[in-house]
Ligand binder design. Sequence first.
Ligand SMILES: [Zn+2]
Length: 301
Amino acid sequence: MSDTSTERACWCGHPALEPYSDEYRVCRACGTLVSRAPRTAGLYNQEYWTERQTQHHGLPAIGERARLDLPGRCTHWLARLLAVRLPPARVLEVGCAHGGYVALLGWAGYEATGTELSPWVARFANETFGVTVLAGPIESQPFQPGSFDIIILNDVIEHLADPVATLGHCATLLAKDGLFVIQTPEYIEHLGYEQLRASNDLFLKHMDRNNEEHLYLFSRRSAGIFFSRIGFAHLDFSAPVYSYDMSFVAGRGPVPSTDTASADEALARRPVGRLVLALLDKARESADRWWAVQRLEGRKE
Ligand SMILES: [Zn+2]
């Protein structure tokens, strides 16, 4: 790729990007790593789920992940959501994969809907969990403005070709007091690529051989600038499931908080909510394993 004029610009519009690694450039204006890979049309099709995820990324097959994720990261995500908004509420998960989290949200008492690009995986989610998952880009879905209280994007914004346009559209779908709930890899700005290599930082798994998918890798600073630009200037960061990610809630105003007792009470009102509460109880027991993940030594300031 010798003609740099055709390379991807930063989402922020800053024109001058600096070298970072073979596969990424860095925007010092906002603090984002920008992929040098050309856009691959139609990447997130059935083969992405049945072949690329297992063979390229080494993940378990989607059926097994649907089972493993429920008591694992889905439960962690639910705990985070309960801490800002109790059910009932209208929740949309964009890029919901196998649909396990959409199902868990429904069992917890939320009115939950998902979207996925691939019709195959949308059908998988529907058949596996009995959830409503619509196929296609969020911009093409028949949702009315203001029709959701929460929009969740886990491991999604780093994949978007035009994140400002896509999240800007999502913002119109949120109620006035609506919230974004986000998980995405965290680029730590003071760490250069050589430092990541020297400490074999786990963040490298988001970069090396991955820039075809991960087009923008945000830092906390660039996430703040990004969400401010679409009108959500208030960010509340919390411990991510995995140390190489960041987890935050973004609101137009200050991010609210609930207490654990109120969340437990909300779940216990319905029989299936009791089962969800049992999952949360087990997750709290194993908090030292993945609940409040400590930063790896090499990633500390
Ligand atoms: Zn930028």
